[in-house]
Design a protein around this ligand. Sequence first.
Ligand code: OGA
Ligand code: MN
Length: 284
Amino acid sequence: MELKTEPLHAQFGARVFGVDLTGPLDGETVAAINRAVDEFSLLCFPDQPMTDEAHLAFTRRLGEPEAEHVTLGKTGETVFFGTVGNVADDGTVRRGDHPNTKYQTGNEQWHSDSSFRAVPSTVSITHAYEVPGEDGATEFASMRSAYERLSDEDKARIEPLRAVHDYVFSRSPIAPVDPNHAASLPPVVHPLVRRNPTTGTANYYAGSHARSIVGWGGMESRRLIDDLNAGATREEDIYRHCWAVGDTVIWDNRCLLHRGGGYDANKWRRRMRQTRVVGPAVVA
Ligand code: OGA
Ligand code: MN
């Protein structure tokens, strides 16, 4: 079985038609979705009649749901959803000066979700319930395409390297990180080059949580990581997803970077719900 798709960007991404993610999905459809994730890195399923219950059930079809790190770190409690945007659970708006809204501006730096965890997430699954009337896009770029653009020498140079990923490093300059949360996320090490376990296609794995290269000094580390991040996110590499209510987007954190494009939180409501699939682990 093949999904009906339409490309979203020259390098990656596809819109998928004719699949209701909330309905019962047979094994063939789930296998086709997994193949499409491996091929396109990002899939948008428009007009999904989503609920949290259906969202979590679908997440479980793709793998093990990830415990959301903020709640886990602060309280020890496992919840499988994060809320993206400025609408609290009781429906009220958290304006731009609210700590949670400020904290979420950290997502406006290029990143791969959960790269700072010992076992990062494979995919994020995000559903849009309320979207701003202007701005509020999420931008994506492919570290697989960027890897392909490297010279053979540069590919060989980065192949053996490992990077330290550190949430407190990347996020504390933007908003304070709760001490319990910080303590729950010690820096971790991941290979700088990784390969899709099914297709073998290589990419590098950097982003704003990548702090340094193991065994390298600070300046050389920053030069390489900054170059890799910049090399993946030139204007022509970016797919800008302008959310429509009802979009469910799956993106592959193993090979994509993304960032929030920002919006006026004092003017608009934005509410998206997100789950992530964790692992399997990649050995550094
Ligand atoms: C995310 C994220 C950025 C945004 O949902 O993981 O980083 O668009 N979002 O707010
Ligand atoms: Mn994110």
